[in-house]
Write a protein that binds this ligand. Structure first.
Ligand SMILES: Cc1cc2nc3c(=O)[nH]c(=O)nc-3n(C[C@H](O)[C@H](O)[C@H](O)COP(=O)(O)O)c2cc1C
Length: 321
């Protein structure tokens, strides 16, 4: 049975959301990416500390680091391992962002294989937990080097890799190339996790069956939809997959909200919940108007009232699966 993982996503997969995904059957989750340099310079900085929280109910957690200098990443790894909190270190070699990739971090490392190899090797040496790498197909369509990278990772002692089936140039456009992911899987002995464009339980099973990967990773398909993990598990075990009811949807939103309020100052929780709520209600009748109201709502109490009212009105709303 292949594993189902939640992708690291900045601004989305904090420990509250990861906990909700674990409850629905997610097997493994990652922190949002954390700057190795940022951590070394200011380990006590609030933003970094928040990103590094492991929730009490998270059964496993991989911390994801990004950086450009191998020694910096290795040193951060050594110090992070000493905390004894995480089950693994993941190296980000896939982030396409303008502030990251062009300066040689994230997917930018796919343009500098020597530096990438050195980073992998030094991090493995510095770590006492397994080290993995998340990569893309290459920097752009003229430089597809994922096979070389995957073999290099294996040689460096990397325990497993994740391949997002797009180039840096594609960012999130076009389609993830699962045939390339299949080629990677057949080229290395270490476990391979396939990633890209899994939006339904059927997508997960079909893409894994096409690529033979050891696990699949879900990013955008889990936004407002932690149930996707349960549905995949149901399908894997031949159980009937039940659609999510309005009552479940409402309960999830309220629980997510309360958990956020337990962790963050109200004004931050209110702001962060807006996007989650928009994803939870996507496709429902009246969603646009409700979204506009919730986006204007300044506090939690009034937000709860709006949520209750929206679902009271929902009656026979269309099912969103
Ligand atoms: C908003 C957002 C934030 C992301 N942040 C990270 C990150 O911190 N680290 C990382 O490796 N990938 C990050 N990704 C990429 C995802 O992990 C994943 O590789 C990508 O979304 C493709 O998977 P999907 O098609 O299932 O969404 C991010 C993606 C999105 C949409």
């Amino acid at each position: 049975m292949f594993e189902i993982r939640l992708a690291p996503m900045c601004g989305i997969t904090d420990h509250v959301f990861r906990t909700l995904c674990y409850e629905q059957g997610c097997d493994l989750a990652y922190t949002e990416m954390i700057s190795a340099m940022g951590y070394l310079c200011a380990p006590e900085q609030r933003a970094t500390k928040e990103l590094m929280v492991r929730g009490e109910k998270e059964p496993r957690l991989i911390i994801q680091l990004f950086g450009r200098d191998p020694d910096t990443v290795a040193e951060a790894t050594k110090r992070i391992c000493a905390l004894g909190i995480y089950d693994g270190i993941d190296l980000n070699m896939g982030c396409p962002a303008k502030k990251i990739a062009p300066s040689g971090e994230g997917a930018g490392l796919m343009r500098t294989p020597d530096t990438a190899f050195s980073m992998m090797k030094k991090t493995v040496e510095a770590s006492d937990v397994p080290v993995s790498v998340k990569m893309r197909l290459g920097y752009d369509r003229d430089h597809i080097n994922v096979l070389e990278f995957a073999r290099m990772a294996e040689d460096a002692g990397i325990a497993s890799i994740t391949v997002h089936g797009r180039t840096r140039e594609q960012q999130y456009s076009g389609e993830a190339d699962w045939d390339m992911i299949a080629s990677v899987k057949s080229s290395v002995r270490i476990p391979v996790c396939g990633n890209g464009d899994i939006y339904t339980a059927e997508d997960a099973l079909n893409r894994q069956a096409r690529s033979y990967t050891d696990s699949v990773m879900i990013g955008r398909g889990a936004m407002g939809n932690p149930w996707i993990f349960r549905k995949i598990k149901d399908l894997q075990h031949g159980r009937e997959t039940k659609p999510v009811t309005d009552a479940e949807r409402k309960e999830m939103i309220l629980r997510h909200y309360r958990m956020m309020l337990g962790e963050k100052p109200e004004r931050i929780a209110v702001r962060e919940m807006r996007k989650h709520i928009a994803w939870y209600i996507k496709g429902m009748k009246g969603a646009a108007q409700f979204r506009a109201e919730i986006n204007k709502c300044p506090d939690a109490e009034r937000s709860f009232r709006l949520i209750n009212h929206f679902f009271q009105e929902s009656g026979n709303r269309e099912e969103v699966s």
